[in-house]
Design a protein around this ligand. Structure first.
Ligand SMILES: Nc1nc2c(c(=O)[nH]1)N[C@H]1C(S)=C(S)[C@@H](COP(=O)(O)OP(=O)(O)OC[C@H]3O[C@@H](n4cnc5c(=O)[nH]c(N)nc54)[C@H](O)[C@@H]3O)O[C@H]1N2
Ligand SMILES: Nc1nc2c(c(=O)[nH]1)N[C@H]1C(S)=C(S)[C@@H](COP(=O)(O)OP(=O)(O)OC[C@H]3O[C@@H](n4cnc5c(=O)[nH]c(N)nc54)[C@H](O)[C@@H]3O)O[C@H]1N2
Ligand SMILES: [Mo]
Length: 850
């Protein structure tokens, strides 16, 4: 979230689109109710289904799954046409006036630079015109035909109300009501907040859904404002922490990233990540990158990281390509992976095209599952009849299960959607042989280090040099790790402003990332967490709920990254002269010599209105980007592309390009896409309050609340197909079929789209063949194996199915392993599957045939 949960209460209009907050975030959703009760806020829900959030909305608009870019681009056109934009904000705080290169263009669905062979863009034209000094040219009058605002106007001009409603299926009167409500927040004293989650991200155009909303919020002047923002409601309780700590193939902690193959030296790597400002006098915060990276290497490698060895630069992998989940399972299926560690992840149930996942896991030599439960993944090799129709004797994979604890059985911090690091304490002792994930990983590491020490190896340095300062090496404590993430001084840090004065003494905890150095004198595991555990103690454990301004800031409750700032970009909540746009929403202000206020200013504390520094200090241009330059895979402006399985089989906007031309699709999976003749209905998948994914079905309290797989079918379609409520039906896609109980509902209506009727089917995801619910099929038997071009998030939310009453010919999954995939066998030539519920020691003793 750019803002925080509590801040939602400050909004005048709340748009829930691409999420179902009342169902999936029921506790945080109370702030929406507060806004309605105390602020007379209007709640708008745009969703294919009239869902639980819609049931308390002021208006609900139905939409065809996968068409949100068209919907929102039409709203942007409406705002520009009705002059409902906050002019002063747009002019001063966005790149509206920046002039784009003459050779940039967009034609028939493609931006300039597309390569048909690689399905990728050469983005060199997606840039500004620059002057002799390398600064971007800007037309303050916004008249230049190639300034960003005019290009945006031109780009969205095709999204007329009629075109949009024809693509989305949204009735015109409802669409116009949504436009009007959103436009009402263009004034400085009204804000729109937007709450989204997977209804936007799980598409082949997921990232651009969010970009479109960001553009809209900038035009309305709603970024940085209390009650505004672009607010991602995150998933698992610590999934925000997962990205913060860099647990994606290309990331390092704090959104730093791994070197690419071609970046042979640390100097080349750092230079690329330390951009020069695009405007005179602008501060670009990423100029501090070398300090963050060097401090990270000191935290990881301690004394072994020295200037002479480039602080261990070569010990970290350099990547040739992304190794995201889709790529990993594709490589696995090709037989190009030996082993896989599955930690807190149940891909057989949660990843697309279950048939492909079974086929992939079957080609491993070993699979390690670290989980408190026996999951579908750990049992993938077992024959569960129609629900998991495999022959164990054909599967070579050896499976190890390492039982772990759950969050309540250990202490530590969880990061929530508001970026708050909240410390929690152990609530119970773990049962049986369970051990914490930290202990398991620590023991594995120590064993590997011992093996490297004894036997050497191709490249022992990254393992042998790792700094391991924990009191009990087999069990690093949560507080030791938290202090390391925060960072500490390795030598006295001199105060740059006062010669002779020491800012931080050697050995002391740091209190701000401004204290980090690139000479090796500081260590810090995650620069954005710097300040969370200072010499004053554990800031994450603070529990002071007081909210002095009533704006929901509560600075003494836990700790928010960065620097306990609650609302990001809050400099933009003031006008260029430093006065709040709205006195009632005063977060910070310029007092004549410095920025003051209740929130921590997102700016240099002493850079005044005349300093020439613009508010968005994380960008090279100092302003927010309506035009994203080279940063998105499929274009600097969002464009409507159809889902890969489209009920239209065409894109009403351009004949040649139907779906996202840069999306993540592997050759083998293209053959597994269905067409509208065979699969006429749009399907989307989602969750229910009563279950948490695939684990609460193991709980005897949750299981009976939603005991078995059902699918939601609108009344009109049910009538057409002769399906009665409660009857069992088969739902089939190109990838396979599932059986489910039909729930016939008024809550999904047929839509009129491009002259045809489109029916949508709703498929909740929570069942499988383990646990206390009725045994069932896995919903992801149906979903396509392809994803977003930027994040590689799978397209779980828009695909094609058929619904059948005849259950006799059900083929659980039709996936055939791609051609050219080599069969691999265990070295001894046997094929077998074995259940290894035994303990980690088995691996450590080296008894596997790895
Ligand atoms: N009880 C419970 N809570 C949970 C979870 C859980 O399993 N159980 N999971 C957690 C996790 S990990 C996550 S990521 C979040 C997810 O939170 P949400 O994203 O809110 O959850 P979903 O149910 O996947 O989808 C939300 C809505 O998106 C709609 N939708 C589908 N396609 C489209 C589309 O193309 N456009 C629009 N506008 N809407 C669409 C669906 O109809 C659905 O109502 O929930 C978290 N909270
Ligand atoms: N079709 C479709 N598919 C989807 C989605 C969708 O909307 N539609 N949503 C996607 C989303 S957003 C998500 S987040 C994924 C979820 O997919 P997964 O993360 O694979 O699903 P979970 O059931 O949450 O699995 C997490 C596992 O972690 C275990 N666990 C719990 N605590 C601990 C712990 O402390 N340590 C360890 N090691 N394990 C622990 C649980 O027992 C559980 O088995 O599903 C995705 N798949
Ligand atoms: Mo999630």
């Amino acid at each position: 979230m750019t803002n925080t949960w509590m801040d939602i209460k400050n909004a005048n209009v709340i748009l829930v689109m691409g999420g179902n907050a009342a169902e999936a975030h029921p506790v945080g959703f109370k702030w929406v109710i507060e806004a309605k009760a105390n602020n007379k806020a209007k709640l708008i829900v745009v969703d294919p289904r009239f869902n639980r959030t819609a049931s308390v909305a002021d208006f609900y608009a139905p939409i065809r799954a996968g068409t949100d870019i068209a919907f929102l681009s039409g709203v942007i056109r409406y705002l520009l046409e009705h002059d409902a934009i906050q002019h002063e904000y747009v002019k001063a705080y966005t790149n509206a006036g920046f002039i784009v290169r003459e050779d940039f263009g967009f034609d028939e669905g493609l931006f300039t630079g597309y390569d048909e062979k690689t399905h990728q863009y050469d983005k060199s034209t997606w840039q500004y015109e620059t002057d002799a000094r390398g600064f971007a040219k800007v037309d303050e009058t916004l008249q230049h035909p190639r300034c960003v605002l005019n290009l945006l106007k031109q780009h969205v001009s095709r999204y007329t109300v009629d075109t949009v409603c024809d693509i989305t299926g949204t009735p015109k009167d409802l669409y116009l009501k949504v436009c009007e409500a959103i436009a009402s927040t263009a004034v400085p004293n009204r804000t729109l907040t937007s709450l989204y989650a997977l209804g936007w991200t799980q598409h082949s155009i997921g990232s651009q859904n969010i970009r479109t909303l960001a553009i809209l919020q900038l035009l309305l002047g709603n970024i940085g404002m209390p009650g505004g923002g672009v607010n991602a409601l995150r998933g698992h309780s610590n999934i925000q922490g997962l990205t913060d700590l860099g647990l994606l193939s290309e990331l390092l902690p704090g959104y730093l990233n791994l070197a690419r193959d071609e970046e042979a030296t640390r100097a080349a790597y750092l230079e690329k990540r330390t951009p020069k400002p695009l405007r005179p006098g602008q501060v670009n915060f990423w100029s501090n990158y070398p300090k963050f990276h060097t401090s990270l290497m000191k935290a990881w490698y301690g004394q072994a990281a020295t200037p002479d060895n480039d602080f261990g630069y070569d010990w970290l992998p350099k990547i040739d390509q992304l190794y995201d989940g889709l790529r990993v399972f594709d490589l696995m299926e090709q037989g190009r992976m030996t082993g896989y560690f599955c930690q807190g992840f149940n891909p057989l149930a949660s990843f697309p095209n279950k048939g492909k996942i079974v086929s992939a896991l079957s080609r491993l030599k070993f699979l390690v599952v670290m989980d408190p439960l026996a999951t579908e993944t750990s049992e993938f090799w077992q024959d569960h009849g129609e629900y998991n129709d495999v022959k164990p004797e054909d599967i070579q994979t050896e499976v190890f299960r390492l039982p772990t604890t759950c969050f309540a059985e250990e202490e530590g911090a969880l990061v929530n959607s508001s970026r708050w690091l909240q410390w929690h304490w152990k609530g119970a002792e773990p049962p049986g042989e369970c051990r914490t994930d930290i202990d398991i990983m620590a023991e594995l590491f120590l064993k590997m280090r011992e093996l490297y020490r004894q036997a050497g190896g191709a490249f022992p340095d990254p393992i042998l040099n790792l700094h391991w300062p924990y009191r009990i090496p087999e069990a690093p404590a949560a507080n030791e790790l938290a202090k390391e993430y925060n960072g500490y001084a390795l030598a006295d840090i001199p105060d740059p402003k006062e010669p002779g004065r020491v800012l931080v003494k050697a050995g002391k905890q740091l209190s701000s990332f401004a204290q980090l150095r690139d000479d090796g004198s500081t260590a810090c595991g995650t620069w954005i967490f710097c300040g969370s555990w200072t010499e004053d103690g554990n800031q994450m454990a603070r529990r002071d709920p007081s909210d002095p301004t009533g704006l929901g800031i509560a600075p003494g409750w836990a700790w928010a990254w960065p620097l306990n700032r609650r609302i990001l970009y809050n400099r933009a909540s003031c006008d260029p002269s430093g006065k709040p746009w709205d006195e009632k929403r005063k977060l910070i202000e310029w007092d004549g010599s410095k920025w003051t206020g209740l929130d921590v200013p997102d700016f240099k504390a002493d850079a005044g209105p005349d300093s020439g520094v613009s508010p968005f200090i994380m960008t090279d241009e100092g302003v927010a980007r309506l035009f994203a330059r080279h940063l998105m895979a499929e274009g600097p402006f969002p464009e409507h592309y159809e889902p890969f399985e489209s009920p239209l089989g065409a894109n009403p906007l351009h004949a040649k390009v139907i779906s996202n031309p840069a999306a993540r699709v592997f050759a083998n999976d293209k053959a597994m896409l269905g067409d509208r003749e065979e699969f006429p209905y749009v399907a989307t998948t989602y969750r229910l309050t009563e279950h948490f994914h695939f684990w609460t079905k193991h709980s005897r309290i949750n299981a009976p609340l939603q005991p078995e797989q059902f699918v939601e079918i609108g009344e009109e379609l049910a009538r057409e197909l002769g399906i009665a409520n409660g009857e069992k039906v088969a739902v089939r896609s190109k990838r396979g079929a599932i059986k489910a109980v039909a729930l016939v509902t008024k809550r999904i209506k047929a839509l009129k789209v491009a002259g045809q009727t489109v029916h949508q089917i709703g498929i909740p995801i929570h069942w499988g063949f383990t646990g206390a619910t009725r045994k069932g099929y896995i919903a992801n038997t149906l979903t396509p194996f392809l994803g977003d071009a930027n994040t590689q998030t799978p397209e779980f939310k828009a695909f094609l199915v058929n619904v059948e009453k005849d259950l006799s010919e059900l083929m659980p999954h039709t996936h055939k392993p791609g051609e050219g995939h080599e069969e691999r066998r265990r070295p001894n030539g046997t094929t077998r599957a074995t259940e290894k519920t035994s303990w980690l020691v088995r691996i450590l003793k080296g008894r596997t045939e790895v």
